[in-house]
Design a protein. Sequence first.
Length: 332
Amino acid sequence: MFDIIFLALFTVSLLGVCAGIYRVSHCALRASIRELEKFQQENQELVAKQENIIKTNEQKEQAALKTMNLYEITKNIGEFLEEEKIVEHFKVGLKNFIHFEECNYCNSIAEQPDVSDFEIIPLASKNQEYGYLMIKGLDERDRPILDILVAQFLVGVKRVHLYELVQTYAITDSLTTVFTRRHFFNRFEEELKRSRELHLDFSFLMIDIDNFKWHNDTYGHLVGDVILKKIADVIRANCREIDLIGRFGGEEFSVALPMTNKDGALFAAERIRKAIESSTIKAFDESLSVTVSIGVASFPQDATTNQELIDKADSALYRSKRTGKNKVSVCA
């Protein structure tokens, strides 16, 4: 009997222990499950963050690539000094970044037949216009990129205009707008060399304003400047496009006549002399009549080198001066 009671008590105790172990194990399992769920959630958050980082990096790489490409285009635009090349490069670069149907550049809208479907973008800086961009079918989402490229395009066009202006100042006399002496004689040598190689006629005129010092002393240097400018205009109006006109110095002008023999040069010189003689020069409150004396020399009849040609024409010019002025003399 005692054994049975002991066994029963032992069994009850054992069941209690097992129940306790079960409760402890169940709690531990639930805790483990919660830890696992927490780990899974954190892992999902890390994966999401990683995906966001990857996506952000891709966007930054694309933006950096776009910026580099924009930089390359703007840099290349700045390397050209010809307007046609800048326009061509700008349009090619534009197609790589934005969507549009057509894009053109023009100096004047009035010259364009139909601009109704185009957006007109004036290119101007400090009240100076450099032309217009005409673009059709622009996606407004591309507007910021267009603004960047247009700004750089304007810088390129301004650079071209400035370069052309500097080039013009370098070779053009600021008062009379004919060639400077240095540039004239550079071109003069080139034309004489070409005439020699191709066996072509070539003539040279030296033109001097008669009594210019008297006009300067009587009316002042400002009037003298007007006379010089007017004489240059008349000479230009009575020459061909292929002729070279330069200011030799002071009141003297020089004219090179390619493919012109002595008879043709004499005819051209007389035409210039008569045009000046018949002109009335209005300078401030004065109306003046001015004449010129001209000397003519031709290649190859009179000279074979540029210096000889200049000397012969200069000698003929002074013969015109000595024999009464307002006349044309040819090399003897």
